[in-house]
Ligand binder design. Structure first.
Ligand code: ZN
Length: 460
């Protein structure tokens, strides 16, 4: 009771609200959700199971099936009223083993230095050693300037994060084009191999993999990311000498597509069962780590929100779907299948939220919605502020829920934890359970649960 009075004193504004406006009752209920999650939360234990017992789970791999079975079982154990699997065809890229990159000579003098590299996801390689002189460029404009010197060389892109951009996802977005398209841009001018600077601002030397795609018009050359410290070394070496020889090899290949699944738990709405709210994260990860922040955190956020609703006896007005999407990292087939099935069934999707930016301290949410809806959501800010939400802005969402927006114009929302450390681990070996903090992870679930509760109660 004391707590309730305290909340009433804190939020006199809500005392004047109308029926559709957030109220003191909302503040009290969100506090109840928060207390439940912070005291009885299972997200951290679930993350332990997913990262340590399943581990890396790239689409099409045996671990993908293990993760799917784990997801179904975990939802059931948490008391989900309904759990289903939704099939989709997924690509099956296999890294193989024995990838390397070495500096072999500088100015004609034999030298051997092994670089810490990872092949980029979806890249191909027959394991044959490729050798060439290093051509280091800052960006595509720089490549263009040197296009007549590219033939037969190994191109290195020094695509560093723009340190002046505070929101690291924006820096990632800018630098990301070199991972996605760098190899084909270099191959266009005759390069025999491509190495990019890892997409990170980390000071550790772990390389960061991630999805790339070849342009079919050009040779499909080996493509790797190099660790940041080795990247610094390559860049400084290239400034001292134009005669640095590099050898490299990759072993990536595609096996035939296979069947993967979205794992979906559902609580039926009591008043508007046809109006669907989706909350999700992606179940797949890259193969080189445990996929703890990316996106084990989003998976267990999703599960924790469901668990908390059930634990406090919340009966949603609208239908809430808790979705673990398949194959976000190198295909987006799960998110696409989810929207396609929704279209077939003529479902009404009023809101979709994704958690795919890690399990760090919550900071806010970003929306893809008409300005009036974003403004309406901003009225809820004071209710979530005590738990860490300090901003509700556009533009945001998530890769897996993007197809819902493109199909139905469904408003999207992305959960935004603090982003300063996310790219230290993103797609690197260091994305492991030990780098997730329990308290930060649970607080993320608190904020998401609070927002989903408000969207359910008031609509969107
Ligand atoms: Zn992700």
């Amino acid at each position: 009771m004391k707590k309730i009075i305290y909340l009433l004193l804190l939020m006199p504004f809500f005392g004047l609200s109308q029926a559709t406006e957030p109220s003191n009752a909302d503040a009290v209920f969100i506090k109840k959700l928060s207390d439940e999650i912070l005291t009885n939360g299972k997200a951290y234990d679930l993350l332990y199971e997913l990262t340590k017992k399943v581990g890396g789970r790239i689409a099409g791999s045996p671990a993908m099936y293990k993760a799917e079975a784990w997801g179904v079982n975990a939802f059931q154990q948490l008391g989900a009223p309904a759990v289903s699997k939704q099939a989709c065809q997924v690509p099956r890229w296999v890294r193989g083993s024995g990838d390397f990159a070495n500096i072999t000579s500088i100015d004609g003098k034999k030298q051997m230095r092994t670089l810490d590299v990872l092949a980029l996801g979806n890249s191909l390689g027959d394991g044959k050693k490729v050798e060439g002189t290093l051509l280091a460029v800052q960006d595509f404009a720089d490549l263009e300037k040197h296009k007549n010197e590219v033939k037969g060389k190994i191109v290195y892109f020094n695509n560093s994060f723009d340190a002046t951009i505070v929101k690291t996802f924006e820096a990632y977005g800018k630098a990301g084009q070199y991972r996605r398209n760098g190899a084909s841009q270099a191959a266009k001018y005759g390069a025999v191999g491509c190495i990019i600077r890892s997409l990170t601002s980390s000071t550790a030397n772990d390389p960061h993999t991630g999805g790339m795609a070849y342009n079919d018009s050009f040779p499909k050359i080996p493509a790797q990311a190099v660790g940041p410290r080795d990247a610094d070394y390559l860049w400084s070496l290239a400034k001292q000498s134009s005669n640095v020889k590099v050898s490299m090899a990759t072993h990536g290949k595609f096996l035939p597509d296979t069947t993967g699944h979205n794992i979906i738990a559902e609580i039926k709405g009591s008043q508007f069962p046809d109006e669907i709210i989706t909350i999700g994260g992606h179940l797949d990860s890259w193969d080189v780590n445990e996929g703890a922040h990316d996106d084990g955190a989003g998976v267990v956020h999703t599960m924790e929100v469901m668990r908390a609703f059930l634990a406090v006896g919340y009966t949603p007005k609208r239908t809430i779907r808790f979705v673990l999407f398949a194959n976000e990292e190198n295909g987006l087939r799960g998110g696409s299948a989810y929207a396609a099935a929704a279209k077939d069934k003529k479902e009404k999707h009023i809101f979709a939220l994704e958690s795919d930016e890690g399990g760090f301290t919550p900071r806010g949410f970003s929306f893809t919605a008409v300005p009036e809806k974003v403004a309406a959501a901003q009225r809820w800010l004071p209710l979530l502020k005590p738990y860490g939400t300090s901003s509700m802005d556009d533009i945001g969402g998530g890769a897996d829920i993007g197809p819902l927006n493109r199909t139905f114009n469904t408003p999207l929302c992305g959960f935004l934890p603090d982003s300063q450390r996310y790219f230290d681990v993103h797609h690197a070996r260091s994305d492991v359970f030990e780098n997730v903090n329990k308290r930060e992870l649970l607080l993320g679930a608190v904020n998401i649960a609070g927002l989903i509760y408000l969207v359910d109660k008031y609509g969107f």
